[in-house]
Design a protein around this ligand. Structure first.
Ligand SMILES: [Zn+2]
Length: 758
């Protein structure tokens, strides 16, 4: 059997070490006893002080009488028991005798020595080996010229080293100081005129500083508390700094501003900090720190903070998404600067904010951007894998998906093998809806692509922009003109955002006269042949009646489409609103497609032509209509009148494309929207019970997993129960707010209605 090893001392060992300790303690006086003794003795000393007027006398006396006195005092010391032995045990320190310690003190040793106080044995003291003189306890205090007794608390005697030393200097002298002297720290010899040696030391700067520190400690400002308060103030300072830095970063980020310029010292981040430092002491102090010191302003730290903030924001969004019963995904790919495809991921869902009693207080339709995924494989399967990995990583349940929104790209929306079909494998009811605003953009692009005159028109707008934009001189002539007011800066036509066409058109329309004037001027003064040619070319374009009529036509068209597009992009928009907006658009487009509207367009154009000094004759009258395909209208060939030609081949053609494309592209949206139409407050109130039955039946069939057949009964009950309230509201969102927030106590009665609304 192996011997069991103890990791704690046995009883015998404990007793042995206790005995040992007691022996040592017996030899060593309890430090506090000296303070006690001095107190009692001082009374006596005061009485006797008349006997000793001069300090020099005293000292000689001390040296002589040292032998008797020390023997008197010594027994008293031995009586004192060590009672706070636990402290001693902790660090194995039993006395503060300098001789028991090495040159470097641990923090724990220092603490205990402070607690123990100066080590002042009362003798008898052995004679110094060199000078053959003994130390005396009388050195511990002295009488000044006036006979006042002054104690030297710093003066100690090491029984181990047999040398006097300075308690204060040992513990607190600044060792880094150039004039640091280790003599009194390690102990000095008692030589002749030792009194003078003591007086010299008392006067030294090192000793006085050490005494001051010791005094601080006695008054409760221990090294620890001093250090601690310094540490605390540092902590507060850096906390304040980080607080400010984070706030600046959040402000910049929420304004979509970059943090840095080309080097780390310029840019918005530093500019704001510098500005704030004029009013804020913390930042002022931070910015005054010398170069190379930590200041938490480096780009690395900025990026770290941004990524930390980003993670927090993303986690909040994810937890919101997870809470939502249903969600819609909106995905799109874009190429970044390095030509890597980035899949942007947006979730649309309803977030219900609750108050402290878990009662819903606000309902919000949220569209949250979760981030970009870099995709190397741009096939539908590749996109799907990338997207599924993301949802897996964040723990988002895709079976809750009830809708998908993409652009028209085949990879995304294709019915066969497109991403939408692949996602539907996971969420069968995730119906694909073409992004409405995007679809509208495409509708306009279709029109521009299929009608040659229109595409030329936008090319020409672009030409005007390029002509002026490519030359600083021309741009300056345009914007510095003193006589005319330069209203809107010329804008570039951007193919993916049709609203840019509107901006470009407006800019040319408002600045038309100024542009013409500048062009004529240039044509006269320019000494470059190319420039003059280009000038003439643009003048010809702008002065044509065709151009002018198209300007008028598209101005009125954009006046209709622009607000609708803006409304479609609004975050509070829903399927119902989109449908209403689009049907409005269709109506207005249809209204334009007749002779009366065309005539009024021509009239308007003629007014403008008068103002601009343009002849009102269509230019393309000499166009040869040669090749026609068999499916095109045969009458086209007979149109020789340029006005009729414009009406049929440009005006009607454009409107027809707009109308048919709007209908086609928004079909899925309208289908889905009509599915939920019954939840529309107005529709619900106006529907008969039978209509409600049919509509809710459709919903519960399609979304059999989410909505039960009880929906019909609940809708009917809701209609009767809250009729007056429903009359006041207009959208499905308001209906659910009504149920969940305003009439929360009723909510549990209409679970299916609530589900359907979500
Ligand atoms: Zn000292």
């Amino acid at each position: 059997m192996s011997e069991r090893k103890r990791d704690y001392p046995s009883g015998a060992e404990k007793r042995k070490s206790k005995r040992k300790r007691e022996e040592v303690i017996k030899k060593v006086p309890k430090i506090s006893s000296f303070f006690h003794r001095q107190d009692t003795v001082s009374d006596l000393d005061w009485k006797d002080s008349s006997e000793a007027r001069s300090s020099s006398n005293i000292h000689s006396e001390i040296e002589e009488s040292q032998a008797h006195t020390s023997s008197d005092v010594h027994p008293e010391i031995e009586e004192h028991q060590v009672n706070d032995s636990d402290i001693f045990e902790d660090c194995n320190i039993i006395s503060s005798d300098r001789g028991n310690f090495g040159d470097n003190l641990s923090e724990c040793e220092r603490k205990i020595i402070f607690k123990l106080g100066p080590f002042k044995p009362q003798g008898p003291f052995p004679k110094d080996s060199e000078s053959n003189r003994p130390f005396s306890a009388y050195y511990y205090s002295y009488f000044n010229q006036a006979g006042i007794k002054l104690v030297r608390p710093w003066l100690c005697y090491s029984n181990v080293l047999n040398k006097p030393y300075c308690h204060f200097c040992w513990l607190l002298a600044d060792r880094q100081n150039k004039s640091y002297s280790s003599a009194w720290v390690n102990g000095v010899s008692v030589r002749s005129n030792f009194t003078q040696t003591i007086l010299d030391h008392e006067k030294s700067q090192q000793h006085m500083n050490a005494s001051l520190s010791y005094n601080n400690w006695l008054q409760g400002n221990t090294i620890d508390t001093l250090l601690q308060s310094e540490i605390n103030s540092k902590i507060t300072f850096w906390r304040d700094v980080l607080h400010r830095i984070i706030n600046v970063i959040i402000t910049l980020a929420s304004c979509n501003l970059s943090l840095r310029g080309h080097d780390s010292d310029s840019g918005n981040f530093m500019a704001i900090l510098r500005l704030l430092s004029n009013y804020d002491a913390t930042l002022k102090e931070l910015l005054l720190k010398p170069k190379g010191e930590i200041n938490y302003l480096s780009p690395t730290i900025q990026n770290e903070i941004i990524s930390l903030l980003g993670t927090t924001v993303r986690n909040n969004i994810i937890s919101e998404i997870k809470k939502a019963p249903f969600l819609t995904i909106i995905l799109d790919t874009t190429q970044d600067l390095s030509k890597i495809d980035q899949l942007s991921v947006v979730f649309r869902y309803i977030s219900v904010t609750e108050n402290d009693d878990n009662v819903p207080k606000e309902i919000k339709i949220c569209e949250s951007f979760l981030g970009f995924i870099a995709v190397t494989d741009c096939s539908a399967a590749g996109l799907k894998t990338a997207f599924l990995n993301l949802t897996k990583e964040y723990g988002i349940d895709l079976t809750k998906c009830r809708g998908q929104g993409y652009d028209g790209a085949n990879v995304m929306s294709g019915i066969y093998g497109g991403l939408q079909t692949l996602i539907k494998e996971h969420a069968p009811n995730a119906d694909y809806v073409h992004c409405a605003a995007h679809a509208l953009n495409l509708v306009l692009n279709d029109a521009a692509r299929h009608v040659r005159e229109i595409s030329t028109f936008f090319d020409n707008l672009e030409k005007v922009y390029t002509f002026f934009g490519n030359s600083i001189k021309r741009w300056a002539m345009l914007s510095d003109d003193p006589s005319e007011k330069y209203l809107i800066t010329l804008k570039k036509v951007c193919p993916t955002r049709w609203s840019s066409r509107n901006d470009a058109l407006l800019a040319v329309k408002k600045n038309f006269l100024l542009i013409m004037k500048t062009l004529y001027q240039l044509n006269l003064i320019s000494n470059k042949k190319d420039e003059r040619e280009e000038c003439k070319n643009i003048i010809n374009i702008l002065e044509s009646y065709d151009f002018l009529v198209l300007v008028t036509f598209f101005s009125s068209l954009f006046e209709i489409i622009n607000p609708i597009s803006k409304a479609l992009q609004h975050e509070n928009n829903d399927l119902q609103k989109s449908r209403i907006l689009l049907s409005n658009l269709l109506n207005r487009l249809c209204q334009l497609r007749n002779q009366i509207s065309f005539n009024s367009l021509l009239n308007e154009s003629k007014d403008l032509a008068k103002e601009w000094g343009v002849t009102t004759v269509f230019k393309n009258s000499r166009r040869k209509i040669t090749k026609r395909f068999f499916d095109e209208l045969s009458q086209d060939e007979r149109i020789s009148d340029p006005e009729s030609y414009f009406k049929v081949n440009v005006y009607y053609c454009c409107l027809d494309i707009l109308i048919s494309q709007t209908k086609e592209r928004f079909q899925s949206l309208c289908d889905l929207s009509s599915m939920f139409e019954i939840l529309q407050p107005e529709k619900l109130l106006s529907s008969s019970n039978e209509e409600i039955l049919i509509a809710s039946g459709k919903l519960s069939v399609k979304y059999s997993k989410d909505i039960s057949v009880n929906l019909c009964d609940q809708l009917k009950a809701l209609k009767t129960c809250l009729k007056s309230e429903i009359q006041k509201i207009y959208s499905i969102k308001e209906l659910i707010e009504l149920l969940l927030v305003k009439f929360n106590s009723l909510a549990s009665s209409f679970p299916e209605v609530i589900t359907a609304c979500f």
